[in-house]
Design a protein around this ligand. Sequence first.
Ligand SMILES: Nc1ncnc2c1ncn2[C@@H]1O[C@H](COP(=O)(O)OP(=O)(O)O)[C@@H](O)[C@H]1O
Ligand SMILES: [Mg+2]
Length: 212
Amino acid sequence: MGKAVGGPRILAITSEKGGVGKSTLAVHLAGALTERGLKVVLVDEDGRVGSSIRWAERGAKHGGLGFPVLDPDGAKPKVLAASDVIVIDTEGRPKRKELRALAERADLLLVPSGVSALEGEATRELVDYLDGQGPAAQNLRVVLCRVPPVGNAAEEVREELRDAGMRVCNTVIRQYAAYTKAAELGLLARDVRDPRAQSAWADVVTLAQELI
Ligand SMILES: Nc1ncnc2c1ncn2[C@@H]1O[C@H](COP(=O)(O)OP(=O)(O)O)[C@@H](O)[C@H]1O
Ligand SMILES: [Mg+2]
């Protein structure tokens, strides 16, 4: 799967820490882009519990996600080539070599980060490494995730990260139980019964517009 001019856009998601919300972001961005009418394939390079493939499997009995979620071996070149966007969900904590390779083949490398001091530090380490790798870092964006809906934690962290020279998305993904419910049911936050489901969905739609 390489970058090709005029071919599908490749949007890869990785992080230095596990549990920051990569799979949640991958599934929801793929959903938001599909809703816009784009042909999206989600490739899951993780495959463990909590990964996107398992997410799609749980959702199959409720009507499904609306886009295919494939493992790297099941992702046929023809299917990939026919798509507008390929979203790649990864295991996280990548080895440095893998990280560089991922950055090189992606048009956009998204790094979700929590807003705690430790998560910010982990994100900074990963971004610092990529910055030292030249052009690979150009396509990197930090997305603040699991942001408390109340207070201004995100603004503070965004300023800090931007002062350190990182590109941080304006849109943040707030912390909502709707995302956890969506994961449990194998659906998108848009489609779960929850008072904040539409707020959760709105964050993802806005982020998708900012990115693609
Ligand atoms: N924005 C969010 N709001 C609330 N819970 C979230 C959010 N993002 C992720 N989670 C929850 O955090 C946990 C880890 O998320 P996940 O997407 O599996 O992370 P990763 O793929 O990075 O390991 C899951 O239980 C998920 O439901
Ligand atoms: Mg995951």
